[in-house]
Design a protein around this ligand. Structure first.
Ligand code: ASP
Length: 419
């Protein structure tokens, strides 16, 4: 029985749970609220992951910049492209969310959950937090306290500082770096374990949404899924295609033909890490990128370059804000754009990582974490497309950097037909 369960790929179990949850919720009605606790347990486990995941993976990520310096021109160009495309992606998510208003169809107030968070957010808005206060709150005056409170902004600052400290300590910092690298691998495994709860959490949450919030909520969620796909398609079809055409000056069709394999694998696994070997192979064999550039840019990209995730973090934050009637100022948009990029950098290349990073962005701008309960049920379908966007972005940046540094065999890329 157990064997048969695990023999089915996780994503199929999740999709089945989603459909079953909606049916059961409809049939059951408001009584479905009673099984929401299963979804809450799932989300509580997700929250458990936030602090250690951010701490380990950001420190290890920053410390890996030591290699960037060695790679000189390739490293800086890649890093610049990662950051610029990440920023464009979050703003795209914010623009889509602002115009389409996907969360407007949900009456968050009727959910009567997370009231405390909502009140905190409202009072924060009424009081009008000053810039001085915001800056002061970002200083991790007590790192342990910051972790205990799951206060992610100062946690990020603390992690970045530790990463820089490790870099500055050179050889003496290496043992600690090893601990962080191994810690980040361990946290990814723990996340995989938690993700095994997804089918149960998704079933309960969808039943609850369908049973208590009804068709409007389902429609709003459907709209969110569609917008997530629209955003990802725009990133791939406009941003990456322009990068290949205008910066790398290479044929766009040949590029996409060359990455069909990693796109397909990333869509079905929802994991940039799991797709890494396939992306590397496609970069070298189909796109003609030199081994040194491909292995460096693509493996770094698999951990820090996640434009699909960045776009989604922007979009989902607006979804939550609209559902719960939280007004966001331009300052909040700006904060979301920075945290969305940082969240995408901090997100591990594994299924569901984007969902975990929502805690980071939501907490900072006062969007109730209950939003996570709303969207967790449909996260997997969106995750698949986010991951395809993330992986295509790694290949696009590698191709562009390789072209700029003359590390690409143009003839091989254009003629490659073994896809
Ligand atoms: N699953 C995505 C990836 O591996 C991350 C995310 O959840 O957004 O790239």
């Amino acid at each position: 029985m157990l064997k048969a369960w695990f023999a089915i790929p996780l994503w199929q179990r999740v999709i089945a749970a989603l459909i079953l949850g909606i049916i059961v919720g409809y049939a059951w009605g408001p009584g479905a609220e009673s099984i929401k606790i299963i979804g809450d347990i799932f989300i509580a486990f997700i929250k458990m992951l936030v602090v250690p995941l951010i701490f380990f993976s950001l420190v290890a990520g920053v410390a890996s910049i030591g290699d960037l310096r060695k790679l000189g021109s390739v490293g800086w160009r890649a890093l610049l492209l990662f950051i610029v495309t990440g920023q464009i992606a979050v703003w795209l998510g914010l623009a889509i969310g602002t115009f389409a208003q996907p969360g407007a169809g949900i009456d968050g107030a009727s959910m009567q959950i997370d009231q405390a968070a909502l009140e905190r957010a409202q009072s924060r808005q009424e009081e009008g937090v000053t810039i001085q206060q915001m800056i002061l709150e970002m200083v991790p005056s007590s790192p342990v306290q910051v972790m205990a409170d799951v206060n992610v902004l100062p946690l990020i600052i603390f992690s970045l500082l530790i990463g820089v400290g490790i870099l500055m300590a050179k050889e003496e910092g290496e043992p600690v770096l090893k601990i962080f690298e191994s810690g980040s691998v361990i946290m990814q495994k723990v996340t995989m374990l938690v993700m095994e709860l997804t089918p149960f959490g998704v079933f309960a949450l969808m039943a609850w949404v369908a049973g208590t919030l009804g068709t409007d909520a389902l429609q709003a969620l459907g709209q969110l899924v569609v917008l997530n796909y629209v955003g990802c398609f725009l990133i791939i079809g406009v941003i990456y295609a322009s990068m290949i055409k205008f910066i790398a000056r290479l044929p766009v069709i040949a590029f996409f033909r060359g990455i069909v394999d990693p796109m397909a694998v990333s869509y079905s696994t929802a994991s940039s890490n799991a797709t890494l070997p396939v992306t590397l192979r496609a970069a070298e064999r189909n796109l003609g990128i030199s081994n040194s550039v491909a292995s460096f840019v693509i493996s770094l990209g698999a951990t820090i370059n996640m434009n699909g995730t960045a776009m989604y973090l922007g979009l989902a934050t607006l979804f939550g804000a609209q559902a719960f009637g939280v007004d966001l100022s331009w300052g909040d948009y700006f904060l979301i754009s920075i945290l969305g990029t940082l969240g995408a950098i901090g997100a591990a290349g594994i299924p569901g990582a984007g969902l975990i990073m929502m805690v980071l962005v939501f907490g900072a701008v006062g969007v109730p974490l209950a939003t996570i309960a709303l969207v967790a049920g449909i996260d997997r379908i969106m995750d698949m497309m986010r991951t395809t966007t993330n992986v295509s972005g790694d290949a696009a940046v590698a191709t562009t950097v390789a072209s700029l540094t003359d590390e690409i065999d143009r003839a091989e890329m254009i003629s490659a037909d073994d896809v």
